[in-house]
Design a protein around this ligand. Structure first.
Ligand code: HGY
Ligand code: MN
Ligand code: MN
Length: 423
């Protein structure tokens, strides 16, 4: 009989093979592979006896009612979408590890005194539309008009994508009001090197760094590559290059600020034509929101100066701005108690990566558990977490869930005195 860990490892491989590309792993908002992955996750949820449903935007949910279905639910989950040329752990591990923890509780005949709602969010990465957290934002309220108007590379808006590519057949509205849930807990790979360098398998997350996403478009003039002397050019690509290097030097001189240009597109794109327009993305992050805002203003000023000097026009288009988000102290203390009980570690770590908890923190307390990943590598096909570390993560999550049912664990954790125990 396979253990919950065996099943989890097999499911990671299975989900890792569901892709929109034959060349690498990629699942984007409302894509065919995202739908296939959602159907597979629903199958796993149903096999645990969960009440399953899906939203039109592709987020799926499994509910275990527990012994008191009317009590406030605890939310578990992560995202089912990926970046391009992704690894198979980012997102998927959080969904699959939660299933394994619930399976362990079932094998031990433990029924929790409140419902568990396991959520697989349709879009966290923002790969198709650059706007991130579409799935989790949709469970706390309707998407705002600006977001719905965001366009993908083909010019399709989010609104059109949901209307025409959404999973409307038998869909449910999955939505939670502030205060309706007792908390949200997500297990995720660290996507950094701290745990590996510390020689520890897991840690608890203290906060999630704030992030700004925008696109910058520089416009000059297309011209002939052979007949246009250098001083007469209005080359949008060399202008963009100067801006991008300025962003790199700003980030390098202001640690732990990080700035990334992950996408760039130019027009007309002929080898013998001087580039007329260049659009590139900027992803800017810092744990402190004031420093992040100041860095953003400085970068905008620098890029404006560069474009003026080169007789280019600059269009600076903010896409989104997420504040630094602290994890809930009480829920984090409970998760930390389980981390310590299972591994002896007390490690807390701030997350440089964004997570759906940033959004869910608007409606309930959040906490996160990190699992070590090899070389800290993520957003890469070689992303890897060992079965042993995944097993430790599942053990901690299971211990944590049990700790919320004091009847199984005495009253020890009640002394932490927080509302998670209010039944
Ligand atoms: O970009 C991030 O931090 C996350 O992987 N969405
Ligand atoms: Mn990611
Ligand atoms: Mn992720």
């Amino acid at each position: 009989m396979p253990t919950p860990l065996d099943t989890a490892i097999a499911r990671l491989d299975e989900l890792g093979r569901i892709s929109d590309s034959p060349h690498h792993l990629v699942r984007t908002f409302l894509s065919p592979a995202s739908r296939l992955a959602a159907v597979e996750i629903l199958r796993w949820m149903a096999s645990l006896g969960m009440e399953i449903s899906h939203a039109a935007d592709g987020t799926v949910r499994g509910i275990l009612a527990g012994s008191s279905p009317r009590n406030a639910p605890l939310l578990l989950g992560s995202h089912l979408d990926t970046v391009i040329a992704a690894g198979k752990y980012d997102g998927a591990l959080g969904i699959i590890a939660a299933l394994a923890a619930l399976e362990t509780l079932q094998q031990e005949k433990i029924i929790l005194p409140f419902p568990i709602h396991l959520l697989a969010f349709s879009d966290e990465e923002g790969t198709r539309f650059q706007t991130t957290y579409l799935g989790s934002r949709s469970i706390i309220g309707p998407l705002d008009p600006d977001t719905l108007a965001a366009k993908d590379a083909e010019g399709v808006t989010i609104a059109t994508a949901i209307a025409h590519q959404g999973w409307h057949e038998e869909s449910t509205t999955i939505c939670y009001a502030p205060g309706e849930c007792r908390g949200y807990v997500e297990l995720h790979i660290e996507q950094g090197r701290v745990l590996e360098e510390a020689g520890e398998p897991t840690c608890v997350v203290s906060a999630i760094a704030g992030q700004t996403r925008l696109t910058a478009t520089l416009t000059g003039r297309a011209d002939h590559a052979g007949t246009t002397p250098m001083p007469l050019r209005r080359d949008a690509l060399t202008g963009a290059a100067e801006c991008i290097l300025a962003a790199e030097s700003l980030a390098t001189s202001t640690p732990p600020l990080v700035i990334t240009v992950g996408k760039i597109h130019l027009h007309p794109g002929a080898s013998n034509s001087i580039p007329q327009t260049v659009t590139f993305t900027i992803d800017l992050r810092h744990p402190d929101d004031i420093t992040r805002a100041n860095a953003l203003a400085e970068l905008h000023h620098t890029c404006t100066r560069i474009s003026e000097k080169r007789h280019l026009t600059l269009h600076w288009q903010p896409i989104q701005n997420n504040p630094s988000t602290s994890c809930d102290p009480a829920l984090t203390a409970a998760l930390l108690a389980s981390l310590t009980a299972v591994t002896g570690s007390h490690r807390l770590l701030a997350s440089g990566a964004g997570h759906d908890g940033v959004v869910i923190s608007k409606i309930c307390p959040i906490a996160m558990l990190f699992i070590r990943c090899r070389d800290g590598l993520s957003h890469h096909p070689d992303e890897y977490a060992t079965p042993a570390d995944i097993g430790t993560g599942i053990q901690i999550l299971t211990h944590f869930l049990k700790s919320l049912a004091p009847s199984h664990w005495g009253q020890s954790l009640r002394s932490l005195d927080f509302n998670i125990f209010d039944f």
